[in-house]
Structures are given as C-alpha cells and as structure tokens.
Ligand binder design. Structure first.
Ligand code: ATP
Ligand code: MG
Length: 320
C-alpha cells in the first residue's frame, strides 16, 4: 500500500502520478489495496478525478474510454460515441490530475487504450493482474517507449497468521465480539492457502451453518464443511463474471472435456460468432479461467488437456 500511495503522491502537488502495476495471486489484496490507496488520496486532495474499470467486463478500447468519459470526468455518454470523440471528451474535461484503476488488466483486448491514456494529460493508472505480464507487449515500439510503468508491486499470498487476523477483525466487526474463538480463524486460515477471499467466504458460510443450528458462536467443526460450500458459491460468482468467449469455452469443456487446445479451439470457433485468435484465447481466456480455478490442465502422453475443475463438473454454478 505504501508503494501505491507513493506512486500516487505527485497528484497531491498537482502533477501526474506514476503508473503502477500490481500483480500476484488471487485473494492477496490487490484490488483492495488499489481502492484503499485511491480512497486515501481522496482524503488528501478533494475531488481527485478517479474511475474503476474491470477489464474483464470492459475489455475493448471503447468500453474503457466510455467509463472514463462517464466516471472520471462525469459526462453523459451515448452508446454511439466514437473512440476519438470519447478521447476528446475526456481530454477536454479532465482539469486536474486523475487516476484510473484497471483491474484484471490482462483481459484488455485492445491494449492501445494504454496509449490513449498516456495521451490524456494528467492521467495515470493502476493496472492489476495475476501474473507479471508485459502489459505493453502489443504496442508498437515507438509508442511503447513513451508509456512508462513507474512502480511494479508484487503481492504474495497472505501467511496463515495474517489470514487469521483478517478473519478475526472481520468477525468482530461483522458478527460481533464473541462470534468465534481463535481456533476457528486458525482452522480456516490453514485451509484457504493464503487467499483472503476464500477465507472470508468460508467464515461467512461457517457463520450461516452455526446460525442454522441455532448457535451464537461458530464451532470449529463446521469449518471443514463450510469450505467446499464457500468454494461452490465463489465458483458461481466467478461464472457470472465470465464474458461470452469464456462462457463458450466453459460450456464446451462441460460437455466434452477434457480436450486438447486444437480441439477446444476448433469447437469454440464453430460456436462463437466472432472468435478471437487461438493465441489470444490461450494467453488470455484460458489462462484466466485457470487462475480462477474454473479449468485445470493435465499433461498426458505429451499433450496438454484442458478440463473444467471438479467443482464445476459436479454442479452447474447457476444451480448452486
Ligand atoms: N489486508 C486485508 N485486510 C482485510 N481484508 C482484506 C485484506 N486483503 C484482502 N482482504 C479481503 O479479501 C478479499 C480478497 O481481496 P482482493 O479482492 O483485494 O484480492 P485480489 O488480490 O484482488 O484477488 P483477485 O486476483 O482474485 O482479484 C476481499 O474481500 C478483501 O476485502
Ligand atoms: Mg482483484
């Protein structure tokens, strides 16, 4: 968080901030830190123009620019605005340095938007992804050399102790002072592999299980059953976030997995009206689905097979 607030600090003196790139595993606190840093900045400087884009949902250049026109500079946007109109609109209305969070930035299909952002005076961004990818790889060399990423911040998974502490605080503020003993937080922490999201969700399901039994404190015995239920509920939420390409892949694997990449791609191009390239599918969509534990890969007889993960084969997420 200190590094991100450092990157943003020029804004306090009226200058453009440094771009930053946050990367690390799921549930390590990247989105939380990015948002909290922007919030902290807004306490120092009132009216900092800011926006949040989830590039998983908004993966085209126009979609990102529309959000900037709407949320960063607060103008009304019509669906038909062209790219150049949107850029012009943001440029004209951004009167002081601002920042945009580009969450899941590895999902951007049109990375030239990073150059558009660079061209908007005073604008900086905080990009977030799971892997330390080269965000600028798709840009031409000339453009690339101008866009700089001043801070790269690696997030590691939380330790068990840190997760236990996060859970304890959550329980205290969300459930009351005596909702659970330390052994409950420790047990959950041990099971959730440094992923705070899984931990918090498991705590919530444990509390629900305890309530169902009419108990006012969470007994440690419910934790082991709460974890798989928490994972199913998270799977449903992840599924609901998939874009149409990812849904097509998901449904194909559900019906026909495991498949090798070529078979998967061939079926995908048949089912999707406007398919992306094989390379894009692999580097972006398949990798993302793997990160979110929706699909898993296995090497057999020198080939790599893709399949849905077990939780997803068991029950369709829409039915959880
Ligand atoms: N230090 C923390 N203190 C309290 N809660 C936290 C902390 N870090 C993360 N959390 C909580 O854990 C959950 C997951 O965190 P977050 O969404 O920031 O993870 P992430 O690194 O962005 O994961 P992903 O890569 O899956 O998007 C959120 O509910 C968040 O509020
Ligand atoms: Mg996140």
């Amino acid at each position: 968080m200190n590094e991100v607030t450092d990157a943003l600090s020029p804004i306090e003196d009226g200058f453009r901030a440094e771009n930053c790139f946050l990367f690390g595993p799921s549930g390590a606190g990247k989105t939380t830190v990015a948002r909290a840093s922007v919030r902290a900045l807004r306490r120092e400087v009132l009216d900092v123009p800011h926006a949040y884009v989830n590039c998983w949902q908004d993966y085209t250049r126009n979609a990102v620019l529309e959000i900037l026109a709407r949320d960063l500079v607060g103008t009304a946007v019509s669906r038909t605005s062209s790219t150049s109109e949107l850029i012009k609109r943001v440029k004209m209305n951004l009167n002081s340095p601002g920042v945009v969070i580009l969450d899941e930035v590895d999902q951007l299909e049109e990375t030239e938007v990073l150059y558009d952002l660079h061209e908007i005076r005073g604008l900086s961004w905080i990009g977030i992804a799971n892997d330390e990818i080269d965000l600028l790889a798709g840009l031409d060399d000339r453009v690339r050399s101008r866009v700089s990423v001043g801070y790269r911040v690696r997030f590691d998974s939380y330790s068990d102790d840190m997760i236990a502490e996060i859970l304890e605080r959550r329980a205290r503020s969300g459930l009351g002072p005596n909702a659970a003993e330390a052994d409950v937080f420790e047990r959950i922490a041990r099971l959730c592999d440094g992923d705070a999201r899984t931990g918090i969700k498991t705590l919530r399901v444990s509390a629900r299980f305890a309530m169902d039994e009419g108990l006012s404190t969470i007994p440690v015995r419910v934790v082991d059953d709460a974890l798989p239920q928490a994972k199913r509920e998270m799977a449903r939420k992840t599924y609901s976030k998939l874009n149409q390409h990812q849904r097509v892949i998901y449904e194909i694997l559900r019906e026909e997995g495991p498949l090798i990449q070529r078979e998967l791609y061939e079926r995908y191009t048949r089912k999707h009206a406007d398919p992306v390239t094989l390379r894009y599918l692999r580097d972006s969509h398949l990798l993302k689905l793997e990160h979110y534990d929706l699909i898993e890969t296995e090497h057999r007889a020198g080939k790599k097979f893709y399949d849905l993960s077990i939780e997803h084969h068991e029950v369709h997420p829409e039915q959880v």
